[in-house]
Design a binder for this molecule. Sequence first.
Ligand code: PGA
Length: 275
Amino acid sequence: MPSMKTSPKAEKSQKPTKLIVFNWKMNPTSLKEALSILEALKERVSKLKGVEIVLCPPIIFLSELLNAYQGKRISFGVQNGFYEDSGAWTGEVSFLQAYKEGADYAIINHSERKKLGESREIARKKLEAALRAHMRVVLCVGEEKRDHSGEYFKEVEEEVVYFLSTVSPEKRNNVILAYEPIWAIGKSGSGAATSHDLHEMALYIRKVLIEKFGRRLADTLPLIYGGSVDATNAESLMQTGVVNGFLPGRASLDVIQIEEIMSVVEKSYAPIQNS
Ligand code: PGA
């Protein structure tokens, strides 16, 4: 078992300006495969500069992966958690438990949770619980589909404002926004948002942040992109899209894709600076 943490890393380290959150979803099917991807990641990460790497494996592998990695360059996260800290909740795992085991990050409001029936109210409670547990939260927002009249901008705005309004100004420092257009998730690279689409949305989100929460937050809140990121589109999404990194799903299980995505982010400019 990994040793219990005594100090919250997420609170001690500076907020990342560039990061990649690898979401393995319900993959791979064995610990052996999980360890072999971690092994490859470890090697590359040891030379990586200026990029925070977060690995979100299925929770069943978390302790073993933490045991297998003693370094500081990879942080671990959970893909889900429960909104109470402990109690009679059969089958659930709390964010607090995950944090004490060594997970510093939590993905909240992912569209695949919504598809399973997770309501906005439940996602909000989870956001609160993860922040209460001292985790950094990767808060997913994104429209279901696009329309010609641009209604989807409002849809994303509404989600951003709803969730961030429920978080105290100090805790907003521990939030990373992940823009994930739902229509772009799980496609091949060509099904991702274009870098132009992404740039427009990134600017829009920053404008909403300025108007509703002030310039300081808008200048410091990391914004990453998820939805069919891979080695073919990472460079243009990062450069023209003007984001702080990615939330890859499928590509995060493929060592070659992982390598490529990491080196693109490493070479790219970070659109926000540390606060
Ligand atoms: P994908 O997943 O990269 O497989 O599209 C992205 C996500 O759901 O976070």
